[in-house]
Ligand binder design. Structure first.
Ligand SMILES: Cc1cc2nc3c(=O)[nH]c(=O)nc-3n(C[C@H](O)[C@H](O)[C@H](O)COP(=O)(O)OP(=O)(O)OC[C@H]3O[C@@H](n4cnc5c(N)ncnc54)[C@H](O)[C@@H]3O)c2cc1C
Ligand code: SF4
Ligand code: SF4
Length: 372
């Protein structure tokens, strides 16, 4: 393969676009609503194969041959950080610690006018605040990754597939030593069409959307599949336990990426990162309702970062305890996946009741063991 022009339904990590010396690769949403590379002027390709070499989707093996060097559960002792983070706020504390040690952070914020999550560079604690909390949609990486200055040191946070390509990229440039890479246990990413349909419905009551929090912990961490959407005309609060539509799209697996179902090779302890974080959903912390993070290191560098954290409570546990409940297998296609993706691909707009009816169809098909 000379370049990534024939790659479809990939991880959408954007590393091919960032590394192309001729700058001819564009990352855009495909018909299903997932990021993918497009080469509009193939004649300009010089066939250097850099994009292909850096692409995790085109490699069977991971960039890092790893083994677990440490596993813990923990949380930030800063109550404001804990309240705003998805689980125990360890993601933010690792970033803050490295920022104070001279690193910059390439993390993800939500851009409300663009209706997307995006990587960006934070070099102050104020800027870093926007990375707090998970945004459960695929992030657009290109601007953030491109803004990395090869002479500086960075913590880069992303989905495991983004990080796997990114490690290939920095290794090729011989600057791997300047980086700490962090990923998370990753369920999947849902179609951006589903996200935009959710926003369309939210706008009816909230007006133009100005901010989104995916994990509002007000009802407690264990019930924090909870959206807090602020708009020009009001605030929408909605959680999975009350039938929130976004979480039904995301956790119902009705519109996850094809790559997440078929090509993901990053479940459980498979990672090219130095550190992996997640929600500590296991029995050990089932009574904690403020939030606990799982932390796993895969390199000595990752372990040293975790061991040097200040202002956190960190308890060592064997991996099976720390990561209890995390997925070992890829997401499975929901029974009515084809129907949902057809509706989303065609841009068919339904009222919330219409989408809820589609979920009932999904349930019936699942019981009948029929796949659409
Ligand atoms: C799409 C997605 C799927 C996930 N699936 C699981 C799962 O199956 N099991 C599990 O335990 N945890 C999962 N997580 C991680 C989980 O939501 C928390 O991030 C984790 O528990 C750490 O929480 P925290 O409080 O330490 O950090 P947080 O405050 O949540 O920090 C999250 C970090 O992730 C980065 N980030 C946020 N959104 C994105 C994004 N869309 N793409 C790339 N990077 C992002 C931010 O820059 C920040 O550094 C998922 C996260 C995402 C974004
Ligand atoms: S997986 Fe990433 S590097 Fe590979 S083709 Fe897709 S966007 Fe490009
Ligand atoms: S489930 Fe796998 S392929 Fe999908 S976004 Fe997460 S790491 Fe990438």
């Amino acid at each position: 393969m000379k370049n990534v022009s024939k790659v479809k339904n990939c991880f959408g990590c954007g590393v091919c676009a960032v590394s192309c010396p001729k700058n001819i690769i564009d990352i855009r949403l495909n018909d299903d609503g997932f990021y993918q590379p497009f080469i509009d002027e193939p004649d300009k390709c010089i066939h250097c194969k850099v994009c292909v070499d850096n692409c995790a989707f085109l490699h069977k093996d991971l960039a890092l041959e790893n083994s677990v060097t440490g596993s813990w559960c923990g949380w930030s002792n800063d109550s404001a950080v804990l309240a705003q983070s998805a689980s125990g706020g360890i993601g933010f504390e690792i970033a803050r610690h490295l920022l104070h040690s001279g690193y910059k952070v390439c993390g993800v914020r939500y851009n409300a006018p663009e209706r997307r999550a995006e990587h960006f560079i934070a070099d102050t604690e104020d800027a870093l605040a926007a990375t707090m909390g998970s945004k459960y949609i695929q992030s657009y990486t290109v601007d953030g990754f491109s803004a990395i200055n090869r002479k500086d040191s960075y913590l880069v946070v992303g989905t495991p597939c983004q990080i796997d390509s990114f490690r290939r990229y920095i290794r090729r440039l011989k600057i791997e030593d300047h980086f700490v890479l962090m990923d998370f246990f990753c369920h999947c990413v849902p179609s951006m069409h589903a996200w935009r349909e959710y926003l369309r419905l939210a706008q009816k009551s909230a007006g133009a959307i100005t901010s989104v929090v995916w994990r509002d912990k007000t009802p407690g961490w264990h019930d924090s599949w909870a959206m807090l959407v602020k708009g020009s005309e009001g605030t929408l609060k909605s959680r999975l336990s009350q039938g929130d539509l976004f979480y039904k799209f995301f956790l119902g697996d009705v519109c996850c990426g094809k790559a997440c179902m078929k090509q993901c090779k990053y479940k459980w302890d498979k990672s090219s990162a130095d550190i992996r974080i997640g929600d500590a959903w296991g029995d050990t912390y089932s009574r904690n309702d403020a939030g606990v993070s799982t932390i796993v290191s895969f390199t000595d560098k990752g372990r040293e970062v975790v061991e040097s954290l200040n202002g956190c409570t960190i308890n060592p546990h064997p991996l099976e305890v720390a990561a209890e409940g995390q997925m070992h297998e890829n997401v499975h296609r929901a029974a009515a996946y084809g129907m949902f993706m057809f509706l989303l691909r065609k841009g068919i707009q339904l009222p919330a009741a219409g989408w809820n009816a589609a979920f009932i169809v999904n349930k019936i098909l699942r019981r009948l063991k029929i796949k659409l």
